[in-house]
Design a protein around this ligand. Structure first.
Ligand SMILES: Nc1nc2c(c(=O)[nH]1)N[C@H]1C(S)=C(S)[C@@H](COP(=O)(O)OP(=O)(O)OC[C@H]3O[C@@H](n4cnc5c(=O)[nH]c(N)nc54)[C@H](O)[C@@H]3O)O[C@H]1N2
Ligand SMILES: Nc1nc2c(c(=O)[nH]1)N[C@H]1C(S)=C(S)[C@@H](COP(=O)(O)OP(=O)(O)OC[C@H]3O[C@@H](n4cnc5c(=O)[nH]c(N)nc54)[C@H](O)[C@@H]3O)O[C@H]1N2
Ligand code: SF4
Ligand SMILES: [Mo]
Length: 696
């Protein structure tokens, strides 16, 4: 029997593990971690294996589908492109460019054929109603990088392999595999860290990461800015800012520190649940460590003070002398640059949303306004939608309302591989061929990796004659839209040529042939300090005190410590090693075994409500309610309950045979589109007030 190994980067999460795909007689039969990958060293998680399920999933679409009423019909590619191009152009001609909205979901970042080609299509559409999953995720990180360093992607990455003290807030990399910190096999890296130094986790739940940490502190959801201000105050009481290395490249430091000193943090323990003495000790340990780094992820950005938190974190790294320093936080100078000439630095407020008047960031509006832009009549109302690799009905605030809004549109075209909760409303679905048939290079994740690495993934099999690659679909749509609208359209070359051109823009000296000759990927060494020479602010300095954040801090400092509304609990999210946002619940390998959808609740909170483990409860927020089961769980902070997102695949809502059998409700049927991080407009999904009561 002929057995061959073919190698590729895993397209399912930010860890970008090297995979060893084993083919027998031309059939994919097994997937292993690629032992020869110099970055992932053979690491693989259950999702990597589940690619086997994705490849053979009978529900996966393989040709364009048109919906007539509730019937789906397969149609040809040319007809599909023509229909989509014509309808989008017609609607814009009748109602203006804003009448077509776009939403790009998470998997776009994992496919070169999406991320490198979609910008041209968005540019042709010229709609202010451009949305993505970024505004339910990492906008605060991008905004802070843009404001302080001059570019949204000039993002300092925690140097996990060389740090001695890692202060981690609102992240659970042992389950998520790391985020804005591409680090395959992160659990191993963190265990190595705790053997030589300390990992301190701040999280309202004792997570899988907290389990392996040196120290874990519960924190009240949404109160991290209090913790960080107090931490900075303690640091400043213990040492003068260690900023000599930044020379004359610092602007506004005194102003920022004065504003931070002025905040009254006497009530910090009451607000956060963490004792002042513990904060003082964390400050001391952080400063005493040879190399230290503070890092915060989803729990820190998708909350009411996301931007403030991310700014304060940068200042912790800065004044302790750990910004742009080995073992601290430093940006990756990747082989294909995502900063510098020809890239988008992350401007803000060039236009505003029509209904609520929220500012644009990086060319997009916050997705929390998408439903109201569809439902509110008037000039500029959204009447048509294009989604690519997104499931906003399950992923964005008040998903039920958004579903209602999408159902009422004049036209909706989705580039997607499934008929799910969102795409079931589409008039037309254009499914790309398997990513395994396409060239790929991780534009973004190589730039957020904890080492300098580069890897080209080449097709491991040919796409079928009647399939289209992701980039071919974007090109087909662009061509048809241009023909119908009379706008110009220039087709881009295939991915291999685009990747080669990207490499030529960088200064790594690598060519596409070098990458082709290294099927397991290349390790180019550890992170190195480049931030100071790459600053793109107008002043050429690190801007320590952007007006946006000073203002947010002043408003925040004036906030009264409110006692919680009667009987409410605070809802937070969670990820499981077997989940991938909303879209992999159809993979048998990932859904077998115990249920994972339950609402976690602390024993005291359960007792108070007379709830036994497994009880069915009604969970109610300002905007909606769901009915689900609880798991009484002592790993929760009292007063906090926890529900994973991405569930709620009702049979009637999708054509996903397996997922629709799965118990569990959608977190985002509860989340509130009014709850936002002020400066960025990012959704504050975590820390949501909810009522939990027994189902009568
Ligand atoms: N309450 C709550 N909500 C959250 C979060 C949370 O923690 N809590 N997390 C947020 C975060 S961080 C994110 S990133 C978002 C994700 O939000 P989304 O990106 O909107 O949702 P996904 O679940 O990633 O859906 C991916 C979609 O892409 C399709 N797809 C999969 N592979 C491909 C492909 O190769 N090509 C194409 N064209 N389509 C494909 C899937 O069928 C699915 O429709 O959710 C956010 N929502
Ligand atoms: N298995 C799996 N892996 C994934 C994904 C997935 O769905 N499943 N999604 C991928 C995506 S798109 C992303 S963006 C990343 C996210 O990567 P992470 O941010 O590492 O993942 P989360 O599990 O959302 O971790 C957020 C943590 O914040 C905590 N938290 C909630 N509210 C607060 C708060 O107010 N303060 C503090 N300090 N903590 C809080 C939660 O308890 C949780 O442990 O994961 C990626 N990897
Ligand atoms: S950790 Fe992420 S990249 Fe690695 S195998 Fe799992 S899903 Fe794929
Ligand atoms: Mo995300």
């Amino acid at each position: 029997m002929s057995r061959t190994s073919r190698y590729r980067a895993c397209p399912l999460c930010e860890a970008i593990c090297g995979l060893d795909l084993q083919y027998e007689e031309g059939r994919l039969t097994a997937i292993r971690g690629d032992e020869a990958d110099p970055f992932s060293h053979g690491h693989i998680c259950p999702k990597g294996n589940a690619i086997l399920d994705l490849e053979t999933d009978p529900d996966r679409l393989r040709q364009p589908m048109r919906r007539i009423g509730d019937q789906w019909q397969a149609i040809g590619w040319d007809e599909a492109f023509e229909l989509a191009g014509r309808r989008l152009a017609q609607i814009q001609q009748a109602h203006g460019p804003a009448s077509v909205a776009t939403y790009l979901g998470n998997p776009n970042v994992h496919h070169f054929g999406h991320i490198a080609y979609l910008p041209a299509l968005l540019k042709a559409l010229r709609s202010p109603n451009s949305y993505s999953a970024s505004s339910v995720d990492q906008w605060p990180h991008q905004l802070v990088a843009a404001q302080m360093f001059g570019h949204q992607f000039l993002m300092p990455i925690p140097d996990v392999d060389r740090t001695d003290y890692f202060l981690m807030l609102g992240a659970n990399p042992v389950a998520s595999n790391g985020s804005l910190m591409t680090a395959p096999g992160i659990a191993k890296r963190l265990k190595a860290l705790t053997a030589r130094g300390k990992l301190v986790v701040i999280d309202p739940r004792r997570t899988d990461t907290a389990e392996i940490a040196s120290e874990h502190h519960f924190i009240r959801p949404g109160s991290d800015a209090w913790f960080l201000v107090a931490l900075l105050q303690e640091m400043l009481a213990q040492t003068a800012p260690r900023v000599d290395a930044y020379g004359d490249k610092l602007a506004g430091l005194d102003e920022a520190l004065a504003a931070i000193r002025a905040v009254d943090t006497q009530a910090v323990e009451q607000r956060t649940g963490i004792a002042r003495a513990d904060i003082a000790r964390i400050a001391r340990d952080f400063l005493a460590a040879q190399r230290a780094v503070a890092y915060g992820r989803m729990g820190l950005s998708t909350q009411a003070h996301g931007s403030l938190c991310q700014w304060l974190l940068q200042l912790v790294n800065l004044i302790s002398g750990n910004l742009d320093r080995e073992g601290g936080a430093l940006p990756n100078d990747a082989a294909i640059p995502v900063t510098g000439p020809g890239t988008s630095p992350g401007q803000r407020d060039r236009w505003r949303s029509r209904v609520r008047g929220l500012p644009e960031f990086a060319g997009e509006l916050p997705v929390a306004v998408l439903a109201e832009e569809m439902l509110t009549p008037g000039e500029g109302q959204v009447r048509a939608l294009l989604t690519c690799a997104g499931n906003p009905v399950l992923s964005t605030p008040n998903g039920r309302e958004l579903a209602r809004a999408i159902a009422g549109l004049e036209f909706y075209v989705a580039i997607d591989v499934y008929i799910n909760e969102t795409t079931r409303h589409a008039d037309l679905i254009l499914p790309p061929a398997s990513p395994l048939t396409q060239h790929h290079y991780d534009l973004i994740f190589n730039s957020f990796a904890v080492r300098r690495v580069a890897r080209l993934s080449v097709p491991v099999r040919e796409r079928e004659e009647n399939e289209r690659g992701d980039w071919e679909i974007v090109d087909g749509l662009g061509t048809a839209y241009a023909a119908a609208s009379g706008k110009p359209w220039r087709s881009l070359p295939p991915p291999r040529a685009m990747i080669a051109a990207g490499l030529a823009r960088g200064d790594s000296g690598l060519s596409i042939e070098d990458l082709e000759n290294a099927p397991h990927g290349l390790d180019l060494g550890p992170l190195r300090p480049t931030l100071l020479t790459r600053l793109e602010t107008a002043s050429g300095c690190i801007e320590c005190a952007p007006a946006l954040f000073l203002q947010a801090l002043a408003e925040f400092g004036a906030e009264q410590a409110t006692s919680a509304q009667t009987n409410t609990l605070q809802l937070i999210g969670r990820r499981d090693i077997r989940s991938n946002n909303s879209w992999m619940h159809n993979a048998p390998r990932l859904v077998k075994g115990k249920a994972r959808h339950q609402l976690f609740i602390h024993p005291d909170d359960a007792r108070e409500r007379r709830l036994d483990d497994g009880a069915r409860v009604r969970v109610r927020s300002r905007i909606g309610e769901v009915v689900t089961e609880i798991e009484v769980n002592a790993d929760m902070m009292p007063g906090v309950v926890c529900l994973p997102h991405g569930f709620g695949h009702r049979a009637a809502d999708s054509r996903l045979q397996r997922a629709s059998q799965l118990a569990g409700e959608s977190y985002n049927d509860l989340s509130d589109p009014e709850a936002l991080d002020g400066p960025s407009g990012n959704a504050a999904l975590n820390g949501l007030p909810v009522w939990v009561e027994a189902l009568a």
